[in-house]
Design a protein around this ligand. Structure first.
Ligand SMILES: [Fe+2]
Length: 183
């Protein structure tokens, strides 16, 4: 499966443009994490890109979300490692995070929401001038973008990254695709 095929399939299954952008943002962070950690950039990027492919098909049903996504990824030809990371990013299944790839997806997923929210409260609503320090401050404000689970983001410690570095890396990765994110 090429990256283009994966993106086409995401777009075929997800109508909401913001959800597609969330997957592009997660892809960018996963790609940067793989680079930083010396892992497979292509595989980690695809994991981020595909991770919520079933989000509209499962209509918010947490018992099927990510199980169907893992199946769809397999059908597209994704590796078992990718399918497993997708499956366990939804805690409702109770499948433990095992591989580094599982752990990376789990903490990268909510970081995208925090960074997007931090950009949107700026006067220019742009990622380009958003500073990592301001995202770090927002991280500590529990009521800000409360849906971005801080404990989940902080589990970057499980892939041996300090929170500050993780936020910096995530922001830089998303800034690199700002045009695709429309931010
Ligand atoms: Fe997600």
């Amino acid at each position: 499966m090429t990256r283009e095929e994966a993106l086409d399939s995401v777009k075929a299954n997800v109508e909401n443009a913001n959800l597609v952008k969330h997957m592009l943002a997660t892809e960018a962070i996963m790609h940067a994490l793989a680079k930083r950690l010396g892992e497979d950039e292509e595989e980690w990027g695809l994991t981020g890109l595909l991770h919520d492919i079933d989000v509209e098909l499962t209509e918010g049903d947490m018992n099927t979300h990510s199980r169907l996504g893992a199946d769809l990824a397999r059908e597209l030809g994704a590796s078992e490692a990718i399918a497993h990371a997708i499956l366990c990013h939804n805690e409702a299944h109770g499948v433990p995070l095992e591989a580094k790839l599982d752990k990376a997806l789990f903490c990268a997923d909510p970081l995208t929401g925090l960074i997007i929210a931090a950009a949107l409260v700026r006067p220019d609503k742009k990622l380009a001038n958003l500073e990592a320090n301001s995202v770090k401050k927002r991280f500590k404000e529990k009521s800000f973008a409360a849906g971005a689970d801080r404990e989940q983001i902080a589990r970057c410690s499980e892939i041996e990254l300090e929170l500050d570095e993780f936020i910096e890396l995530g922001l830089k990765a998303m800034q690199g695709i700002a045009a695709d994110l429309g931010l």
